[in-house]
Design a protein around this ligand. Structure first.
Ligand code: SER
Length: 330
């Protein structure tokens, strides 16, 4: 399934279930000094979760461009070296503002994954927050054996958007890419390896973290989910990495064509192509949303991203200005 169809299927699935389609927002969060970039699909809805704003719908679905470089969620240094980290990705989300809660969120995530996207249930694993027996039981009722429902702690299964804002325990879905994706001691559920790929996160929004360090209950328990478009496209295209999907291949090929004299070995060249392709996407989208390279804040993060891409291009033997030639492909 190509990435356009992944995006369309997700949004249609939730629109069929009475979710209002909401356009993704800018990467520069509107009126929110606590965030460098929009780093999750829930960011435009933050005030709705904490009860400071209302919308004329209680269910929404969106596709939100996200940047995770700088700030709390920062994947910059990982990018290029793993199969799954990106500085920019598209997050598909379904949201409930005080309407449905755990049961429907879990049930629909399973139906979407196994029926609409046709994923093999044998390859699916899930995690829940350590004492979330309710989520555990809902997964079990859908047919998952106990052994495939993992209980993890705060680091993995309690989602926060930053130091402040709405937060709550979460439940994640993982797809086993098989031994081909890795066989190290980290290629286990909960490990850092690429074999068990987390592709969908269901957050049970229940609290708000305040600047004074306290956590208060939200006015109404809510749902915030995020499915990674690039990761899901990789799974559905039978690929082991984001970089082998239709979203990246044209960029990767263009960098390969431009490569000349390089001291990098094959693996080094591959990493460089991945870094450059990811960073070209991020730079293009940030600039389109009005960020310009500078010495401060957002502009400085953009500058670092561009500098990292340019450095890797140089190491591939590219001596002419090159990064901008990827913009039309992005
Ligand atoms: N906010 C959660 C996340 O970013 C779910 O979308 O993973």
């Amino acid at each position: 399934m190509n990435s356009t169809d992944v995006r369309r299927n997700f949004l249609e699935f939730f629109q069929e279930r009475d979710h209002t389609f909401v356009q993704g927002s800018s990467l520069v969060p509107h009126d929110d000094p606590t965030l460098l970039f929009t780093n999750a699909g829930m960011v435009p809805f933050k005030d709705v979760f904490i009860g400071n704003a209302a919308r004329d719908y209680v269910r929404a679905t969106s596709c939100q461009r996200c940047v995770r470089a700088g700030g709390k969620h920062n994947d910059l240094e990982e990018v290029g070296y793993t199969a799954r980290h990106l500085t920019l990705f598209e997050m598909l989300g379904n949201f409930s503002f005080g309407d449905y809660f755990k049961e429907d969120a879990i049930k629909w995530a399973w139906e979407l994954s196994t029926e609409r996207f046709g994923l093999d249930p044998e390859r699916l694993y899930v995690s829940v927050f350590r004492d979330d027996d309710e989520a555990f039981e809902i997964w079990k009722s859908l047919g998952l054996p106990d052994a495939k429902i993992y209980r993890f702690g705060e680091k993995d299964n309690f989602w926060t958007m930053g130091d402040t804002g709405p937060c709550g325990p979460c439940s994640e879905l993982f797809y086993d890419l098989g031994e081909e994706a890795g066989t190290s001691s980290e290629d286990v559920m909960g490990g850092e390896g690429d074999r068990y790929l987390e592709f969908y996160n269901l957050v049970f929004m229940q609290y708000e973290s305040r600047a004074d360090g306290t956590r208060i209950p939200l006015p109404r328990p809510s749902i915030d989910t995020g499915m990674g478009l690039e990761r899901t496209a990789a799974i559905l295209q039978g690929k082991l990495t984001n970089f082998d999907t239709d979203l990246f291949l044209p960029l990767i090929e263009e960098v390969r064509r431009a490569t000349s004299q390089t001291q990098f070995d094959e693996q080094g060249q591959k990493i460089a192509r991945q870094v450059i392709s990811d960073h070209a996407r991020t730079a293009t989208f940030l600039i389109a949303d009005g960020v310009l390279p500078s010495n401060l804040g957002r502009g400085y993060v953009l500058r670092r991203i561009m500098r990292r891409a340019i450095r890797y291009s140089y190491q591939l033997g590219i001596r002419k200005p090159f990064l901008h030639t990827l913009v039309p492909l992005v």
